[in-house]
Design a protein around this ligand. Structure first.
Ligand SMILES: [Zn+2]
Ligand SMILES: [Zn+2]
Length: 889
């Protein structure tokens, strides 16, 4: 939808769309900006320019329009007090990790808190009406600007004022009246300073007019009236009209403080701490001038570097001031901002990684580390985390609870960054030599080596980051989520009655509603359809085997083999109970392993995905490192302790909003739930999840859980494979047998080793005696060696390869007329080893080759030394006879 078209349409009828009661009561006049043409409402009839184009833009820096000063925390107290006084419920913020939407990684606006996706439609669910919320929002598209512009943050607090116009809520008139009084009565801004600009909002199929409000060129908030749906011209009014007023808390603090940047009044004592470290005074006049110029020039240049250059020139910043003040300040602001965002994200269960939303978090920590290195700062990150949380905990007490977890994760990540630097540097040098890498190459570099394009840019290996890099990377990870389901023409069929959510009979009668080839639809079924990682039930329908069960919306489709019943028939159905019971045990075990992992490892553990079949199951959890044997044992012990406690597993249905308020967003372990009524599976108070699967009634029914394998399957995800119930007992038995077998094999190996050692010792003693005799001219049988004029042959079992090797070599070294041939068994093969002195008249290679071929193998070497062998032991005697005749004649 074209926003310009909508704005044109709405602005052509201002009385209908924009002229609220407040404007009439206070005497606001509507003006068109003489520069850009936008319409705005002001009490100053002489004003011709909109807030963006006027001269008073950012004049609050150094000269705030209020008599009272409020920093970030105090500003929220003011806002909250005002709205609560005016009958709003103050709601706690929702997590920044957006677990209730599968199209968003992070919460990007306060209204997202209350949006739930049902099919292709977005519906609103408000826990109170009207309400106000201090919603932390994460946005990463302006990362370059953070620390530099004075007003861009990677996370900010959106004051969300939301109302549905009904008996409790209100619509435009009251909304704008409240916002005006918030600025004037509560914050003490003069009425004449407030300007409303006409605008529109459109997204997700709906749209409506909006009024942005400004004070001295700073946009403080935007009241959106989501009112219509469809295409402009053919649009209809929404059943559920919503007021979505979002304002930046950071800006409210800034306008009352008038500091050079919004950063100066929003990070509490952090900046001061950092300023002291690097010795800069943030109050100086030059900073006021410089950041005012930055703020005013930001929209006038394409490139941020040009904005910076312009401000340096206009404000008269010297090179010395730039290097000693501006550059370090930008670094300090960046560190404070990025760290605050990481604290919120990690508190809410996100982990820095290479995948999905974790990518941005890792990137930010790397930017913090890079800045610390570049400015050569000696900083204690833990101290800064403490300072942030101490400052924020009044408004966000949940941050205090996760303080140590945040420290642990950031320390680990920073260590990894330091460790990877040498490797990254080498790679970067190679890239610089090779020339500009393609986007795909950059993605491979990032995914396999963890080298960010930011780093490559930092070390000048590339000159810029291709704009398609981030979108391509996110597409790559997004597509993993999608799955394909074969489309069946099911539109006109009734919903299948799901018996597995009721009495769950293992034998039942049902009517065949529809048959497509080998797929059968019944009026009701106890066959659990594949879903939520739980594999389907098997069994029989009308005597035909059920080999698969899938759910298509509300209809359950059974796939049969070797035939199908007729449509309209009433058929008897039987679920394979053993399979079902085992799958069920594995499913409840998945919840137990999830809870135990969280208890053992930390609060960042979430289910990433899960799979439960009858004889094995796996749970993928979000975790930063491979598990140690000790951790695996602790998780298994904790899980079996839950089994031993025989805890009750309860299933209750809640209205989705109620479930979220009662248990929090931790219920969404398996992802979003697209229904209004949520099925909550709770293992007493140890684990509470929204889940559609089958479960045991008491954890004791599981009997035993054994973890069979764990593996870090991708950055930030660890797979835990496990078995439960009878399979677990079988596993233990197999393990015992395996270790018994291992022990026996070890003993056999040791015996063999001992035997070899003894043989060696014996050979060392025997060889000199034999040599003396043979070289002295003895012939005949000597210790089972046939000797004829220094030509020797043996196939005696008392000699092994050590003897043959050493004896043969020594013999021909001492006498070039001598030769030695040995045939012996070595494992599954019969081998021959030949040594022949130069004047012996024997060719080792020829004999070894010939004998080996008799034995079905091959041999090789030269005239002096050769060996070979084969596996055909039945030919051993033939080989011995042949060898003997070849060498002894
Ligand atoms: Zn203008
Ligand atoms: Zn589940």
């Amino acid at each position: 939808m074209d926003k310009k078209e909508i704005l044109k349409e709405f602005s052509s009828d201002p009385d209908r769309y924009y002229n609220v009661k407040l404007f009439q009561e206070q005497g606001f006049v509507r003006k068109a900006c003489s520069k850009c043409g936008r319409f705005f409402w002001t009490l100053n009839s002489g004003r011709d320019l909109c807030p963006d184009d006027a001269d008073d833009t950012y004049s609050f820096i150094g000269e705030p329009p209020t008599t009272k000063r409020f920093d970030y925390t105090q500003a929220w107290k003011q806002v909250e007090e005002f709205f609560v006084k005016n009958n709003h419920t103050s709601v706690s913020r929702y997590p920044v990790v957006c677990r209730w939407r599968d199209d968003l990684y992070f919460t990007i606006a306060s209204v997202v808190d209350f949006q739930r996706v049902m099919g292709s439609k977005v519906v609103f669910e408000f826990p109170a009406n009207p309400l106000v919320v201090p919603q932390t929002c994460l946005r990463f598209k302006d990362l370059e600007n953070v620390g530099v512009t004075g007003r861009h943050f990677s996370s900010f607090c959106m004051i969300g004022q939301h109302s549905i116009p009904d008996s409790q809520g209100y619509w435009k008139d009251e909304c704008v009246d409240l916002d005006f009084r918030l600025l004037t009565d509560q914050f003490g801004i003069k009425k004449e300073e407030v300007i409303f600009v006409e605008d529109v909002w459109a997204g997700g199929g709906s749209f409506g007019p909006s009024l942005e409000y400004f004070v001295r060129g700073l946009e403080l908030g935007n009241a959106v009236f989501t009112e219509f749906q469809g295409e402009l011209g053919q649009h209809t009014t929404l059943d559920q009209r919503v007021i979505d007023m979002g304002a930046g808390l950071e800006r409210f603090a800034w306008i009352t403080m008038g500091t050079p940047t919004a950063y100066d009044c929003c990070f509490g004592p952090i900046n001061q701490k950092l300023f002291e470290k690097i010795g800069i005074d943030s109050d100086s006049e030059i900073l006021r001038k410089y950041f005012t110029e930055i703020a005013k020039a930001l929209d006038n240049f394409e490139d941020l570097n040009d904005v910076r250059r312009h401000a340096i020139k206009t404000a008269g910043v010297t090179d010395d001031q730039l290097n000693k003040m501006i550059t370090p300040l930008e670094g300090v602001y960046l560190i404070a901002d990025h760290l605050r965002t990481l604290i919120f994200a990690i508190t809410d269960g996100a982990l820095p990684s290479n995948v999905g939303g974790g990518y941005n978090l890792r990137m930010m920590l790397r930017r913090i580390n890079g800045t610390i290195n570049r400015l050569n700062l000696k900083l204690n990150i833990d101290e800064l985390i403490d300072a942030h949380i101490d400052y924020l905990k009044d408004t966000y007490p949940e941050l205090d609870e996760k303080r140590e977890d945040v420290k642990q994760i950031l320390k680990l990540e920073s260590t990894r960054y330091e460790e990877s630097k040498v490797h990254m540097k080498k790679k970067a040098e190679k890239i610089r030599e090779k020339g500009v890498p393609s986007v795909d190459e950059l993605i491979t570099l990032y995914e396999s080596d963890g080298i960010t394009p930011e780093y490559l840019k930092e070390v000048n290996a590339i000159s810029e980051i291709p704009s398609s890099f981030y979108s391509k990377l996110s597409d790559l990870h997004q597509s993993e989520k999608k799955k394909t389901i074969t489309e069946l023409p099911l539109e006109k069929l009734p919903e299948t009655e799901t018996l597995f959510y009721k009495d769950d009979p293992m034998e039942f009668e049902a009517k065949v509603i529809k048959v497509f080839d080998d797929q059968v639809i019944l009026d009701k079924t106890s066959f659990y359809a594949r879903g939520g990682g739980q594999e389907p039930d098997f069994g029989s329908i009308a005597g035909f085997n059920v080999i698969n069960v899938d759910k298509h919306a509300d209809i359950i489709v059974h796939q049969l083999e070797d035939g199908v019943p007729k449509e309209g028939d009433t058929v008897s159905c039987k679920v394979d109970e053993t399979r079902r019971v085992n799958i069920t045990k594995n499913h409840t075990s998945t919840h137990i392993i999830n809870a135990s992992s969280r208890g053992v490892l930390g609060s960042w553990i979430w289910q990433h995905s899960a799979f439960k079949d009858d004889d094995h199951a796996r749970l993928d959890i979000t975790h930063h490192s491979s598990l140690t044997d000790e951790q695996v044992k602790q998780i298994e012990d904790a899980a079996n302790s839950m089994v031993k406690q025989n805890l009750s597993v309860n299933i209750d249905y809640y209205d989705r909003g109620t479930a979220e308020q009662k248990y929090g967003f931790r219920i969404y372990q398996g992802g979003v739930v697209p229904v209004k009524s949520v099925r909550i599976v709770s293992i007493e108070d140890q684990d509470i999840e929204a889940c559609g699967g089958t479960h045991v009634k008491k954890t004791g029914d599981i009997e035993l859980i054994k973890i069979t394998k764990t593996k870090r399957i991708q950055d930030g995800v660890v797979r835990i494979e496990f078995v439960s119930g009878p399979t677990a007992f079988q596993y233990v038995k197999d393990q015992e047998e395996e270790s018994k077998k291992q022990a026996e094999e070890n003993i056999a190996k040791q015996t063999l080793e001992k035997q070899r050692e003894e043989n060696k010792q014996k050979a060392r003693e025997q060889i000199p005696i034999l040599l003396e005799k043979i070289l002295g001219g003895e012939s005949g049988e000597l210790d089972e060696i046939t000797v004829k004029n220094k030509i020797c042959f043996t196939a005696s079992e008392q000699y092994d390869d050590y003897f043959h090797q050493n004896f043969g070599k020594k013999l021909i070294t001492k006498d070039s007329k001598a030769a030695f041939c040995g045939i012996f068994e070595s494992g599954p093969t019969v081998r021959i080893m030949m040594h022949a002195g130069e004047e012996s008249g024997v060719n080792s290679g020829e004999i070894a080759k010939e004998i080996a071929s008799i034995l079905g193998g091959s041999g090789g070497g030269d005239a002096k030394f050769a060996q070979g062998g084969g596996k055909d032991t039945s030919k051993k005697d033939e080989a011995i006879a042949k060898a003997k005749s070849m060498i002894l004649g």
